[in-house]
Structure formats: structure tokens, C-alpha cells
Ligand binder design. Structure first.
Ligand code: NAP
Length: 265
């Protein structure tokens, strides 16, 4: 059985993850951590009174007391770096769903994991369909180098653009190279109207109640456009990829960035 602690357990993704881990036949949820000090019983929050797990606020103590194999983190961009550093220092394998880690932070964590021979995964998106969207976009940009991204999320999301949009832009920029698109003399009448700019790839972030996580990658060519779109309609969409990741990190000894690097050839 794989022993798992969830950090951010009372959040939207954390609760969904706890449910999925509790239902996985080869996993055991041994602990739960959340932001502000709370005396909550996880079972009460999940509506599963048979679950007797308290929610703690101190990750270090929880890791030491529960001795998990894997830590799943769905917290926020401010908390995640220290959480994962603590996790690796305790020789526990991190599976990180939280977005917002900088490239420098990811590099630091990769080195820390390598020094200890700890496997782990940082995955901006666990939805397999979203990973395919990025893969198909990398194929399309070879033929359609003019491309923009629109990502749409619920209005409680703290960071913009989404980790998935940034990852998509990184992949697109790598395949097509740096390029200016649009009219060289264009200007914005309202700042930000043309979106964020990653190596010439424009990213537009929509935040509205009602959305979960959605993205369109729009390619423009002569007389035609191609749109590749993925929709996470509910948070269930992330769970198969999350469980796959928890199983996978047991058998690797490096910190990998991107679930696609574990599941696609
Ligand atoms: P959320 O509902 O705000 O949940 C975050 C939880 O983390 C809150 O309960 C918060 O507690 C807790 N928290 C804050 N600081 C903490 C700390 N230091 N230690 C432990 N827990 C802490 O957010 P969400 O919608 O679940 O999203 C969480 C993250 O997952 C975001 O970064 C989001 O972008 C990402 N995400 C990733 C995927 C993916 O597939 N990888 C999918 C969806 C979302 P307080 O409220 O008390 O601060």
C-alpha cells in the first residue's frame, strides 16, 4: 500500500484528491494538512464519517508522525515551494499539482531531490486530455506558427496565466522558435488587451464563476484557423492522472516536471 499525505486537504482539489486516494485500492491516506490552524476532522469535511483523520497545520510534524511514501500538494503559489522543500528534506516523494512555481524554484527542488535520490513529479495539469492538447499543439505549430492561447478558469484562481497555458506556450515557443506575430505597429488602447506575451505567444486569461479549467490553442493560417480545445468540466478530470502519478513516483529517483514526461513516449 502506498502511504499518502495530502497538503491543502480542505481546498477544492485537496478534498477531491483525498476522496480519490481513499477509494484507491493500493493507497492509504495517512494524513492531511491545510493552511490555517483547524481542528477539523477530515471525515466530517468529506461527508465520510468513517474516516478518522485530523487535519493538521504543520507539514513537518505530520510527515514525521505519519511516515508517508508520497505527499500530494494542492495548496497555493506562496506555500508550495516551502512545502516541497520540507517534503524532500523528509525523504518523502512529492506529487505537486499546485501551479505557480518559478523555473528557478523548480530547478532548486530538482537538485534537492537528486541529492537525496527522491522521485517526484510537478504537474501543472493532471488531466490527460490537457496533456494531449499540448502534444497536438506542438504538432500543429510546425505548420501553423501563428498561435494564441485563451485559458478560462473559475474566478477563485489566484495566478495568471494558468500553469497549463504557460507550459503550452513554452512548448510552442520551443518548437517554432521566437517569433513576432501580428502587426508590428499594433498598440494597446487598454493595457493588457493583447494578453501576456511568452516568447511572442500571446496568452489571454479569463476568470469567471462557472468555469473549472479550460483552454483553447488557436492557430491562424492563410484562409483557415485550427482550434484545439480542452475542457475540465469537473475536478474528477484530474484524478486518474493524479493516482497514476502517485504510483509512478514510487519507481523513479528524480523530480520530473510534467506528467507527459511519465506517460508519453
Ligand atoms: P483552494 O481551494 O484555494 O485550496 C488550497 C488549500 O490549500 C486551502 O484549503 C488553503 O488553506 C490550503 N493552504 C494554504 N497554505 C497552505 C500551507 N502552507 N500548507 C497546507 N495547506 C495550505 O485551491 P484549489 O482550487 O484546490 O487549487 C489548489 C492549487 O492546485 C492551485 O495552485 C491550482 O492552480 C492548482 N490546480 C492544479 C491542477 C492540476 O491538474 N495540477 C488542477 C486544478 C488546480 P487556507 O484557505 O486556510 O489558506
Amino acid at each position: 500500500m502506498i502511504r499518502v499525505v495530502v497538503s491543502g486537504a480542505l481546498g477544492r482539489m485537496g478534498q477531491e484528491s483525498c476522496r480519490a486516494i481513499l477509494d484507491a485500492p493500493d493507497m492509504i491516506l495517512v494524513g492531511a494538512v491545510d493552511g490555517t490552524p483547524k481542528n477539523n476532522k477530515l471525515g466530517q469535511v468529506l461527508g465520510r464519517e468513517d474516516i478518522d483523520i485530523a487535519v493538521h497545520s504543520d507539514l513537518q510534524t505530520t510527515l514525521q508522525q505519519t511516515t508517508p511514501d508520497v505527499l500530494v500538494d494542492f495548496t497555493n503559489p506562496k506555500a508550495v515551494f516551502n512545502n516541497i522543500k520540507t517534503t524532500i528534506d523528509n525523504r518523502v516523494r512529492p506529487v505537486v499539482g499546485t501551479t505557480g512555481l518559478s523555473s528557478a524554484e523548480i530547478e532548486y527542488l530538482k537538485k534537492a531531490a537528486a541529492q537525496r535520490g527522491i522521485g517526484g513529479l510537478i504537474a501543472p495539469n493532471f488531466a490527460i486530455g490537457a496533456l494531449l492538447m499540448i502534444k497536438f499543439s506542438a504538432m500543429a505549430v510546425k505548420y501553423f506558427p501563428h498561435v494564441e492561447i485563451i485559458e478560462l478558469h473559475h474566478d477563485q484562481k489566484i495566478d495568471a496565466p494558468s500553469g497549463t497555458a504557460l507550459k503550452t506556450a513554452e512548448v510552442l515557443a520551443e518548437v517554432r522558435g521566437k517569433m513576432h506575430q501580428g502587426l508590428p505597429t499594433e498598440y494597446e488602447k487598454i493595457t493588457g488587451a493583447r494578453g501576456g506575451n511568452y516568447e511572442g505567444v500571446r496568452i489571454h486569461s479569463v476568470r469567471l464563476p462557472g468555469y473549472v479549467a479550460h483552454q483553447e490553442v488557436i492557430f491562424g493560417g492563410s484562409g483557415q484557423t485550427l482550434t484545439i480545445r480542452h475542457d475540465s468540466i469537473s475536478r474528477d478530470s484530474f484524478m486518474p492522472g493524479l493516482l497514476m502519478s502517485v504510483r509512478a513516483v514510487i519507481n523513479i529517483n528524480e523530480l520530473v516536471y510534467g506528467l507527459e514526461n511519465l506517460i508519453f513516449e
